[in-house]
Design a protein around this ligand. Structure first.
Ligand code: FE2
Ligand code: FE2
Length: 319
């Protein structure tokens, strides 16, 4: 974080209630990439975070400078997206890079719109070392990693539903049962298991309402765009105005689900089993880890490949 002494502070407490959010949005819209401002408030402004994420997309950094109980201050910085390839772009071009990012705890799906330099700065990592490891991967053409970026969008959308949505739906009931069972049986000695079960229940219900929106609204429209391109026709504007709106909403929901899984990872100490772990405990952690891996790949395919390509396609096809 740069020196915040020179950054403008917006005191939200003195703004008339109905003007609070528009004023913050207006200030945000006038920022250049890399610039920021501080909001000063008398309660946690988290709703603004979700509203900004929903309406502007994942293009800002949200850092608490003060977190109550009386004063909340948040530094909002607009990301400089022109500054080189983002972590998400790099993984979209070559999924094997995901393993390097994973090793360093770098989020390439939900938080993928940042450059390597930015994420390393945030995590206190040496960017040269990370770059070196990324470059040390063998030539992409000689491995079997699927080249999702070359797929037709309709095919990619179907693939996501048939592989990842199917997996999520199949994995949820068992995981729901395991996480609640281990909390019940081992919660006394390992109280974090209650929080893990709660975070998992959140993720499960979030995804259960999230996936049908993609399947019923967003993906069919993407397939329509793809069809229109093949038949060389133009489409009218969709009911939701621009595809960017549902995409922003989906990305916001990805972020929420990703945060819950990250909390589970932290609470479990990177899925480290205690000495007294029983078989269910072991299976629960293994399955949670598998679920997180699948979710990362799933969200990566949407945020970094399907959605940006659909935005470009819409510009071409919609009148
Ligand atoms: Fe999805
Ligand atoms: Fe999604």
């Amino acid at each position: 974080m740069e020196n915040t002494a020179t950054i403008e502070i917006l005191d939200v407490t003195v703004i008339e209630p109905r003007l609070k959010h528009p004023t913050i949005f207006d200030r945000f819209d006038n920022l250049q990439g890399g610039e920021g401002f501080i909001i000063h408030n008398d309660h946690d402004p988290k709703p603004v975070y979700y509203q900004l994420l929903g309406e502007r997309g994942n293009i800002f950094k949200w850092e608490y400078l003060e977190q109550g109980p009386e004063v909340w201050e948040v530094l909002i910085t607009k990301l400089n997206l022109e500054a080189g390839d983002t972590v998400g772009d790099l993984v979209a071009k070559d999924f094997r890079k995901a393993q390097v990012f994973k090793k360093y705890g770098i989020d390439f799906c939900c938080g993928g719109k940042k450059s390597i330099k930015q994420v390393c700065e945030e995590k206190g990592l040496d960017p040269n070392k990370v770059e070196q490891e990324l470059n040390a991967l063998p030539d992409a053409n000689t491995t079997n990693e699927t080249d999702y970026a070359s797929w037709e969008l309709s095919f990619l959308a179907d693939y996501i539903v048939n592989v990842h949505h199917k997996y999520v739906r199949e994995a949820i009931p068992a995981l729901y049962e395991y996480t609640s069972k281990i909390a019940r049986v081992h919660g006394k000695n390992h109280p974090e298991l209650f929080d893990i079960a709660r975070h998992f229940a959140n993720v499960a219900s979030e995804l259960e309402s999230h996936m049908p929106k993609e399947e019923r609204v967003l993906f069919p429209f993407i397939k329509q765009l793809d069809e229109a391109k093949k038949s060389n026709i133009k489409l009218d504007k969709p009911a939701f105005g621009s595809i960017q709106h549902p995409i922003n909403m989906m990305e916001m929901e990805h972020e929420v689900a990703g945060n819950d899984m990250e909390a589970i990872r932290e609470l479990s100490g990177n899925y480290t089993l205690p000495a007294d772990a029983c078989a269910t405990y072991t299976v629960a952690f293994k399955k949670l880890q598998e679920f997180e891996d699948d979710l990362h790949r799933h969200i990566h395919l949407e945020n970094n490949i399907l959605f940006p390509k659909a935005v470009e396609l819409e510009k071409e096809i919609v009148k």
